[in-house]
Write a protein that binds this ligand. Structure first.
Ligand code: SPV
Ligand code: MG
Length: 316
């Protein structure tokens, strides 16, 4: 089963699935390790980790490169946040071809303008014309080189304050244009408008939600409203930011790292995240015998030499 087939199955399945955000090779690895079935490659968190704003300041090839490093170290499907497609239908075509080449499972396109701005910034952001957005969906469909590649259409009508009727009108048009699933976004503190959308949508195609501002929504509420998948859109980066701040402040304040080890992943944990055994085996197969004086130090022995415990999990 390919990544795109798996994402398609996840979205179509009866049970609710959770996609977790990642923005780098290491965060993608951690998401898979935690047991998630799929990854959300978030535009917000990739931009933030690159040190730019979520307003298409990062180029699409920068995003692609990050996504490639995530795909290289994981086996679960990745749904890429393609923003509004980085331009018009033609930019969408190139994006989709490149994502397919890299084994990415799907892309999510939102019905905003280019350049976009994050949905939590300001009010009443203008939306793209329905026909133009349908053209982008059709262009995505016509250029996918992986038959099962998923194209998720994200409806921003609720976020822009246009109401349920407009959100449904757009969702119907996007499904007819070929979207595999609809992502209905909201920035209310209550899930009510999203749940109402789900009831009206009535399973016409899989429905995805992003409960960033309404985290208290329950699994039962989402299931009853016919939601297929939930995206935790930014929680890996937010966890990392909080942890990095805490540790940096403490080390700066104390001018010492003593007694902080229990708050940190061990260096052994860091080193064992990616498969060094494979490299050792490959060295045995491919490296010409090297005189002992020039032999590279083995990672494991380097870690042991530095007195660093080798561990598979934090604090293990
Ligand atoms: C993202 O994670 O980049 C998203 C979700 O698009 S949101 O930030 O809520 O717009
Ligand atoms: Mg985004």
């Amino acid at each position: 089963v390919t990544a795109s087939q798996r994402l398609g199955l996840i979205l179509a399945s009866e049970s609710l699935t959770f996609l977790m955000e990642a923005h780098s090779g290491v965060s993608a690895h951690i998401v898979e390790e935690a047991g998630f079935e799929a990854i959300w490659a978030s535009g917000l968190t990739i931009a933030t980790s690159l040190g730019v704003r979520d307003c298409n300041e990062a180029s699409w090839t920068q995003v692609l490169e990050v996504v490639e490093s995530m795909a290289d170290v994981t086996s679960i499907p990745i749904l890429v946040d393609g923003d509004s497609g980085y331009g018009n239908f033609n930019n969408v075509r190139r994006l989709v071809r490149k994502l397919c080449e890299r084994g990415v499972a799907g892309v999510c396109l939102e019905d905003k303008l280019f350049p976009k701005a994050n949905s939590f910034l300001g009010e009443r952001q203008p939306l793209v014309d329905v026909a133009e957005f349908c053209g982008k969906i059709r262009a995505a469909r016509d250029s996918q080189t992986d038959e099962e590649f998923c194209v998720v259409a994200r409806v921003e009508a609720l976020v822009s304050g246009l109401g349920l009727g407009e959100a449904l009108r757009r969702a119907h048009a996007y499904r007819e244009a070929g979207a595999s699933a609809i992502l209905i976004h909201s920035k209310r503190r209550s899930p009510d408008e999203v749940l109402a959308f789900g009831r009206e949508w009535a399973g016409r195609c899989p429905l995805i939600v992003v409960p960033t501002t309404y985290p208290s929504v329950t699994r039962e509420q989402l299931e009853q409203a016919g939601v297929s998948a939930v995206i935790w859109a930014n929680h890996t980066l937010r966890a990392a930011i909080a942890a990095m701040r805490r540790v940096c402040r403490e080390i700066h304040r104390r001018r010492s790292t003593a007694d902080l080890e229990s708050n940190l992943a061990s260096v052994g944990d860091v080193l064992s995240m990616f498969d060094h055994d494979e490299l050792r085996d490959a060295e045995a197969r491919y490296l010409a015998p090297t005189p002992p004086s020039r032999a590279p130090a083995k990672v494991e022995s380097a870690a042991a030499h530095a007195g660093l415990a080798r561990a598979r999990a934090p604090h293990a």
